[in-house]
Design a protein around this ligand. Structure first.
Ligand SMILES: Cc1cc2nc3c(=O)[nH]c(=O)nc-3n(C[C@H](O)[C@H](O)[C@H](O)COP(=O)(O)OP(=O)(O)OC[C@H]3O[C@@H](n4cnc5c(N)ncnc54)[C@H](O)[C@@H]3O)c2cc1C
Length: 489
């Protein structure tokens, strides 16, 4: 067979594949097929279907050239993780790269099912963070962008303000430090007298306080749904039920393979020119997978640098008839060493008032309850030097948090520091969220956001609070880093 004939045949086969791939998947799955599955089929490009079928038929030397053409990455960008950070990243990429082929791969059946859908719903002002840090800068930028996005897309949000209350003279120094940071971070605030505090929040007891008028509330699940909608409107796709288990990157692109939960025994295998990983509680797992590639040998091992330790945050909510105890957001002065500790009162956008969260070690990555236990994960965590050092340093704090988790009365006592008239009977148990917190091998909690790039892949390794507020700024920041490291992406 002559070379020209082979290339003519190649062209014909390409056309056939484009038609057959979705049809084949439709037939295989029958009427359960939906639009996202067809998109998945399109994203596959050089499917095993066509490779297997035609490989056996054409064994000419020119066929190698033909396959090389097929092995070109089908996607321009794959984003792993359909939480608020991954969705914001895919959406921002499409805004700046119109027409490119972008897909979000999300293991769950809905977007925003983990941290992004289990948080306090606060649009943070950025008051607490170390001035000049990524958190401080991206929170401010992200807040403005998020508010504009909500306005544009009709998402309900409110700038309700919050009070930060010192309940004891021993907290006054910490309050002063917060005030200094507020100035440096450019956050608007007012110092208020105890009388003014009582006017704003009549049930709160405090010795000193500030009010931060620009803090807001929103339902981040609605934000995730809106990001997803925008991605699809711009021609991108969000593949739900796609769990990435293998991530191999080299200079020519990235291959992602894993389980398609939409079908029993389903598997997928997708190539992209590059990928951005925003896998939250699993971000370190995916780093390890991409490190198996030879191109990582000359660089420091990311998975040895940090590991994700999941901390569950449990909430109670006020009985509807007691919601008057909290008008807006009531926060204690945070401990600078543990800014995410300290239970608070949060009025949610639906009117509910949540109280919490605490922070206890989760026994599985998605350990929303004490009974959610992953033995293999626990073995790995207990064997990690960073975790053991963390426990050695902070076991007292840890026990206090566990006590508040196991004994409602201890939780109530912590809340009563802010609202003394609160009673255990005012509270009903509510949902929990699990924070993905990166911990270094020396036992330090990674305080700031952490982004790392390897060839063709950028990892969002640490994106705890305020990453929901900052999602659009994180997206901008991560995309810039990704493109600087991979100019051809
Ligand atoms: C209790 C709590 C309260 C908080 N309160 C606030 C707040 O009030 N304001 C604020 O700004 N921030 C808050 N945060 C922080 C904020 O919610 C998170 O920082 C943010 O949601 C992180 O988003 P993410 O997309 O990185 O992670 P996630 O939302 O966890 O998303 C990661 C996604 O990746 C998917 N995934 C993982 N592995 C794979 C894989 N192998 N293949 C495919 N998909 C995969 C997961 O299913 C998940 O959907 C809070 C967090 C918690 C836990």
């Amino acid at each position: 067979m002559g070379t020209r004939t082979v290339f003519a045949l190649s062209f014909a086969l390409e056309v056939v594949e484009i038609i057959l791939c979705p049809v084949h998947i439709l037939l295989r799955r029958g009427v359960r097929s939906n639009e996202s599955e067809i998109n998945a089929a399109r994203a596959c490009g050089p499917t095993r279907y066509s490779k297997l079928r035609f490989q056996s038929e054409l064994r000419h030397e020119s066929f190698a050239k033909f396959m090389k053409h097929y092995s070109n990455p089908a996607l321009d960008l794959a984003v792993i993780g359909g939480g608020i950070v991954g969705l914001a990243t895919a959406m921002t990429w499409l805004q700046t790269h119109p027409g490119q082929r972008v897909t979000v791969l999300e293991t769950e059946a809905r977007v925003g099912q983990h941290q992004s859908g289990h948080n306090s719903g606060v649009i943070h002002s950025g008051i607490y963070y170390q001035p000049g840090s990524e958190k401080a800068l991206l929170c401010r930028e992200g807040k403005t962008k998020l508010e504009a996005f909500c306005e544009k897309h009709g998402i309900r949000w409110e700038k309700c303000g919050k009070v930060v209350v010192a309940t004891d003279p021993s907290e006054l120094n910490s309050l002063e430090r917060i005030i200094e940071r507020a100035d440096l971070n450019g956050v608007e605030f007012r110092r208020i007298t105890t009388d003014q505090l009582r006017q704003l929040e009549p049930s709160v007891a405090g010795v000193d306080a500030i009010v931060v008028p620009e803090t807001g509330i929103v339902d981040y699940r609605s934000v995730c749904d809106a990001y997803r909608h925008c991605i699809e409107e711009m021609g991108g796709s969000v593949q739900l039920g796609f769990q990435v288990q293998h991530l191999d990157a080299d200079d020519s692109g990235v291959r992602m393979a894993g389980v398609d939960h939409n079908q029993s025994s389903g598997k997928f295998d997708i190539r992209a020119r590059s990928a951005i990983v925003c896998a939250g509680l699993h971000s370190d797992t995916l780093v390890r997978q991409s490190e198996s590639d030879a191109s990582r040998s000359d660089t420091e091992s990311l998975s040895e640098e940090v590991r994700i330790i999941p901390f569950r945050g449990e909430y109670y909510e006020l009985r509807p008839e007691r919601r008057g105890l909290c008008r807006n957001l009531i926060y204690p002065v945070p401990d600078p060493a543990f800014p995410f500790l300290g239970v608070h009162f949060t009025r949610m956008i639906d009117g509910n008032v949540e109280c919490g969260p605490n922070a206890v070690l989760a026994l599985a990555r998605e350990g929303y309850r004490w009974r959610d236990i992953d033995v293999r994960y626990l073995q790995r965590t207990l064997g990690y030097s960073g975790f053991r050092r963390l426990i050695q340093k902070h076991w007292r704090k840890g026990l206090g948090e566990m006590n508040r988790s196991l004994r409602k009365s201890a939780f109530v006592t912590a809340l009563q520091k802010l609202i003394p008239e609160l009673r255990a009977s005012d509270l009903i148990p509510a949902r929990a969220g699990v924070r993905a917190q990166a911990v270094r091998a020396n036992g330090e909690l990674v305080d700031d956001f952490l982004f790392r790039s390897t060839p063709n892949v950028t990892h969002v390794l640490n994106a705890p609070s305020p990453a929901a507020t900052a999602s659009l700024a994180i997206a901008r920041r991560v995309i810039e880093q990704h493109q600087n490291q991979n100019p051809n992406s």
